[in-house]
Design a protein around this ligand. Structure first.
Ligand code: SAM
Length: 376
């Protein structure tokens, strides 16, 4: 059982149950109206005795209790048949979600290393811009949250030099292991430190860093405020935080295209927008509100393009399979034959989107939101 998907699906069931719920609330409304009319009768009509009114009110309460019973039973039965005999846990469990993240990213760490050139070619100008926005210079002390296999921390480390320092953290030990190996191979071992931990709870030295960076990590935190408050506390006064998150799915085809294909082909509902995930901070207002309310001032937002280029649609499909753990999870549940069909469907959708007819190459232009704030 994939519990991350279970929680997401369980939230979707709440949506499915809205219709049921509306019946239930309608019954309650009717019952309340009934009660009110009885009370009115009690005051206005001398023919009704006190016993009559008590009887009618009891019946009304009974109707309400039965309607509640029907709603919650129907909901439990629905979840039972949809997900098996596990106990009903419709509430999102952040710890379980984080454990899923840790394992999921561990599973794709090798894939990230394999495809690093493609990702970094696409991400180079974004990294440069984040570093500029954060005012990083020689000698700066930098924190990188959710560094993955080492960006933007490695680029920042090259800039701060031996008088500066970069601490890079991530929840996934496998991603960090690759980041560390890359930093050593670039001779940055004296400038960089790596620590495994959860951005929301990791114990960071307070008032230490001149700047903090986070490229595509914030949106995976179940409690964004806790993560931001941890980052805020670790910055010196006037220290700068610069982060990048994905814009809405329609503007990020390299992620939404394969997911839409898989959701459609497997008849799965889309995850709710407010669950942590690649698009959970794509609402600019919400993102700004998080940063403002975490004690940052002079908050500004700008948008950037991040272009991913692939030699062919097949290469794109392989990239997706080896770097996106939710895709691996969906595929792992299919038969060999079905898996091939799903991969073929992703390739076909990619070809139909914007393949270059002459070379067969394919490119996706994706929108990124960069946000910057200063510690006050
Ligand atoms: C999309 S990758 C981004 C990696 C890198 N910053 C980059 O831009 O290439 C997201 C990273 O967030 C990390 N992550 C997810 N939840 C986290 C958490 N609660 N605390 C720290 N890191 C987390 C994952 O392990 C993963 O390495």
């Amino acid at each position: 059982m994939d519990w991350n998907r279970y929680y997401i699906f369980s939230d979707c069931i709440d949506i499915v149950c809205i219709e049921e719920l509306s019946h239930y609330t309608q019954i309650n409304k009717d019952a309340n109206l009934l009660t009110k009319s009885y009370v009115n009768l009690f005051y206005n009509c001398n023919n009704y005795t006190f016993e009559h009114i008590c009887f009618y009110i009891s019946i009304t309460c009974l109707v309400q209790a039965i309607s509640q019973f029907i709603y919650f039973s129907a909901r439990s039965i629905f979840i039972y048949f949809a997900f098996g005999s596990k106990p009903c846990m419709s509430t999102f469990d952040p710890n379980q979600f984080k454990e899923g993240q840790r394992q999921g990213w561990n599973n794709v760490a090798d894939g990230w290393l394999k495809w690093w050139n493609i990702t970094e070619t696409a991400g180079k100008s974004l990294t440069k811009r984040l570093i500029e926005l954060a005012g990083i210079k020689q000698g700066s002390k930098i924190l990188d949250i959710a560094t993955g296999i080492g960006e933007p921390s490695i680029t920042a480390a090259q800039l701060v030099g031996e008088n500066g320092h970069v601490l890079a953290i991530d929840i996934s030990p496998q991603m960090l292991a690759v980041a560390k190996q890359r930093s050593i191979s670039m001779g940055l071992q004296d400038v960089m430190d790596f620590r495994e931990g959860d951005a929301e709870t990791i114990n960071l030295p307070s008032s230490t860093f001149d700047a903090a960076l986070c490229r595509f990590g914030l949106m995976f935190l179940p409690n964004v405020k806790a993560g931001l408050s941890n980052i805020h506390n670790s910055l010196v006064n006037d220290g700068i935080f610069a982060a990048a998150v994905w814009a809405s799915p329609d503007k990020v085809p390299f992620i939404s295209l394969p997911f839409n294909v898989l959701l459609k082909e497997t008849n799965s509902p889309p995850p709710p927008m407010n669950a942590p995930g690649p698009f959970s901070l794509s609402d600019e207002k919400l993102l700004k509100e998080y940063i403002n309310s975490s004690g940052f001032k002079d908050v500004t937002i700008e948008r950037q393009d991040m272009i991913f280029n692939f030699k062919s649609a097949e290469e794109f499909t392989n990239f997706v399979c080896e770097t996106a753990s939710p895709v691996q999870v969906i595929l792992s549940k299919q038969s060999e034959e079905r898996r091939k069909k799903l991969l073929q469907a992703i390739t076909e959708a990619a070809v139909n989107s914007n393949v270059d007819k002459n070379s067969g190459s394919i490119s996706f232009s994706n929108e990124v939101i960069c946000i910057v704030g200063t510690k006050q």
